[in-house]
Design a protein. Structure first.
Lengths: 229, 300
């Protein structure tokens, strides 16, 4: 599903963000990406969602060579992947229902179809009662669930979650991780979760890839937070 | 393409919502349009009325051709034919010297005093020559003077020319002014919409992230601009409809003198209103297109 081969990225300011990275992730996997600040996690995500182009190497997502995409094709590519951000990024002037529906309307989906699917997703993320609320009226955990709802509403092949629990307390974090697990199981979506949260990674053990200073320093199937010097 | 049309109601809906939810900003944009269109409207009224006045004057400009006394009656037809054959001449009308004398007596303030001279009438037989437009006065006049038997030919000389030139300048200048005003309106709207967009650049970034293409991002903004333009044109149109009718009635259809006859309100107000409405929509759309375009330049 995701295939990185000899990928390197150097920013114009000289920061060497990724160095010769090779990663393979299969369809339906749930993978944590961990590492300290500046380890290249954000760059890794930016490469996957088409925001940045690798300097060398190839990035393949669902058989699409992301680095070679034309600028104008990037929006269409992004419809294959859902992204969840730490800071939620919901449209403040739209209700939760409209926010989730938005990702479908972009595709020109039929209105009846949109309504049906959004209802489904609202049930999945347990926000049925908040459909008409605006983002500011929701708690952090609820907003993050809404963001996840928006990310999965068009049934993407890959869901990338960038520190989805970064702004949440442990109870809310558990809500979010449970939801992601449910999506991984029920919809078969490949999930990549970037996180700092040691407790979470230790509790919900999954394949864990550790990055440090642009290198992949560990890739263990059994999971658990890796300590290294 | 089908998708594009299918999405129009959706975008329309969104534009309405956005206008409502950004009410203050929408109001300020619409006001900018209103003020500009008000100026355009005022100038439109002035330009159209001036243009009709100058048309009227141009049409009434005549060349006055006097015929030499020694020319025999039979030769008049020949002279009339030669005048008619000159380019841009429309009507040639004969007026004998008795008629000329009657006109003199009737016209001059002390005309009756001339009555004593009727027997020895010193005036000449004459032709009135109408031409297609004022700009040909000088050329036609020169050609008339060439014709044998013509004693003198006159058209009010340079003063008539100056008048024509002045009207032409006002018309051209007016048109230019209106065009400049339109650009000003576009600039004003694109600036206000730029602020709207800037305050919503986060939204655009999110739209991009969920896979919205540029057309999809631009459409609601352009519709919004168009609607703001339409809303902005309401006030100037109302002022035009009622104000012009009122002015027309109060002034009795003439502007200070009977020379400056006003355009009748019935078709003029309708056309001008439609012009303002169209201009508002166009200016709003172009304005928002320009500013939104800057924001959605392709980048990753």
């Amino acid at each position: 599903m995701i295939h990185l081969e000899n990928v390197s990225k150097i920013y114009t300011n000289g920061v060497h963000a990724l160095k010769n990275v090779n990663i393979d992730i299969e369809e339906g996997e749930f993978v944590y990406i961990i590492g300290p600040t500046g380890s290249g996690k954000s760059t890794f995500i930016k490469l996957l969602d088409g925001e940045e182009i690798p300097d060398t190497g190839t990035v393949l997502v669902a058989d699409i060579n992301v680095g070679k995409l034309k600028h104008s094709k990037v929006p269409y590519y992004r419809r294959n992947i859902g992204v969840v951000f730490q800071d939620f990024r919901l449209l403040p002037n739209l209700t939760i229902f409209e926010n989730i529906a938005f990702a479908l309307e972009v595709l020109g989906t039929d209105r009846i179809e949109v309504r049906k699917r959004v209802r489904e997703v609202l049930t999945l993320v347990q926000l049925d009662e908040k459909a008409k609320a605006f983002p500011r009226e929701l708690s952090g955990g609820q907003q993050q669930r809404a963001t996840i709802g928006r990310a999965i509403v068009n049934k993407p092949k890959v869901l990338i979650a960038d520190e989805p629990t970064g702004n949440l307390d442990p109870a809310m974090s558990k809500e979010v991780i449970d939801l992601l697990e449910a999506i991984n199981k029920e919809e078969g979506t490949t999930i990549l979760m970037v996180t700092h949260d040691k407790a979470l990674v230790d509790l919900h053990k999954k394949r864990t890839i550790a990055l440090d200073q642009g290198f992949v320093v560990a890739d263990i199937m059994k999971g658990g937070y890796i300590k290294h010097d | 393409m089908i998708k594009f049309f299918k999405l129009i109601p959706y975008h329309f809906n969104n534009a309405c919502k956005s206008i409502y939810r950004n009410l203050a900003m929408s109001f300020s944009s619409a006001t900018a349009v209103s003020v500009t269109l008000l100026l355009v409207m005022l100038f439109l009224v002035i330009a159209v009325n001036l243009s009709s006045v100058s048309d009227k004057i141009e049409k009434s400009v005549q060349i006055f051709v006097q015929i030499d006394n020694i020319v025999s009656e039979e030769e008049y037809d020949a002279i009339e034919e030669s005048i008619k054959s000159i380019e841009n001449v429309t009507v040639v009308e004969y007026s004998n010297k008795e008629e000329q004398f009657d006109l003199l007596v009737a016209d001059e303030q002390a005309g009756s005093e001339y009555e004593l001279l009727r027997e020895e009438n010193p005036l000449l037989n004459a032709f009135y020559v109408d031409i297609t437009s004022g700009e040909h006065l000088e050329a036609v006049n020169a050609e008339v003077l060439e014709i044998e038997g013509v004693y003198n030919s006159d058209y009010g000389g340079t003063s008539a020319n100056y008048l024509m030139e002045a009207f032409e300048t006002i018309r051209l200048g007016g048109g230019l002014f209106v065009v400049i005003l339109c650009f000003l309106a576009i600039f004003l709207i694109s600036n206000t919409i730029k602020i709207t967009i800037h305050s919503r650049s986060d939204e655009i970034a999110i739209m991009r992230h969920v896979g919205a293409d540029n057309t999809f991002i631009k459409m609601p903004f352009m519709m919004e601009g168009m609607m703001i333009g339409l809303i902005g044109s309401i006030a100037p149109i109302l002022i035009l409809v009622f104000g012009y009718q009122y002015l027309y009635n109060v002034l009795g259809g003439n502007f200070f003198s009977s020379l400056l006859e006003m355009q009748s309100p019935t078709p003029f107000v309708l056309y001008a209103s439609l012009t303002l409405l169209g201009l508002g929509a166009l200016v709003g759309m172009v304005g928002s297109f320009l500013s939104v375009n800057k924001y959605v330049k392709w980048k990753r």
